[in-house]
Design a protein around this ligand. Structure first.
Ligand SMILES: [Zn+2]
Length: 203
């Protein structure tokens, strides 16, 4: 009996969702109209954005300042403190130096800086000026071996000075530490642990 009613004509017992074709056709037409208007609008809105031609960087790219350093990374830390190279212009993190270079040379980044990827075509005059500039730089900045020696010496002196300062800082820290332990510890215990000996050898 149940079976016969299942096959009855005109009764829907499939439990599937049925769509009102007319209604959705109407909706689709409205959407198409809107899309047409929307598509036409931006063209009427005026000329396309003119971006400046590509310019060379006027700053040094910092790729290795954190080389060999250890950093604690947590997933809740702000983007700028997460593992990798942070781009403050696009607010994104790139995972390694090669990709970071690619990113800052890339279209998205340059666009954010207001530049297109087109390079300005240099005129003959500009090329000549550039040659003159480079020639001048070559003659004025004549470079001798003596200069090099001086520079090396200077650098060595600076390095020495830095080392000396580091050593002093370490010494001070040690002194503070010993002073702390002296106040905390019984003098006999301190002597037993070798702090007494350490102190006397220092003085
Ligand atoms: Zn960027």
């Amino acid at each position: 009996m149940a079976q016969s009613s299942n096959h009855a004509v005109g009764i829907d017992n499939t439990f599937r969702r049925k769509f009102d074709r007319e209604e959705y056709l109407q909706r689709a037409r409205e959407r198409e109209e809107k899309e047409k208007e929307g598509r036409l609008k931006p063209k009427l809105k005026g000329p396309p954005v003119q971006r400046k031609p590509l310019k060379h960087r006027d700053y040094e790219v910092d790729l290795d300042s954190r080389l060999g350093k250890t950093q604690v990374v947590t997933p809740i830390a702000p983007l700028s403190q997460q593992a990798g190279y942070y781009c403050s212009v696009c607010e994104c993190v790139v995972k390694d130096s090669a990709n970071y270079l690619d990113h800052i040379n890339g279209k998205k980044h340059q666009r954010a800086l207001g530049m297109s990827m087109r390079v300005e075509r240099a005129s003959l005059e500009q090329v000549q000026q550039r040659f003159d500039l480079l020639k001048k730089r070559k003659t004025t900045g004549s470079f001798t071996e003596q200069d090099l020696d001086e520079r090396i010496l200077k650098q060595q002196q600076e390095e020495e000075e830095r080392k000396r300062q580091r050593r002093e800082r370490k010494k001070e820290k040690k002194k503070e530490k010993v002073a702390d332990e002296e106040t905390e510890m019984d003098p006999d215990v301190a002597a037993m642990m070798g702090f007494g000996g350490f102190r006397s050898s220092k003085k």
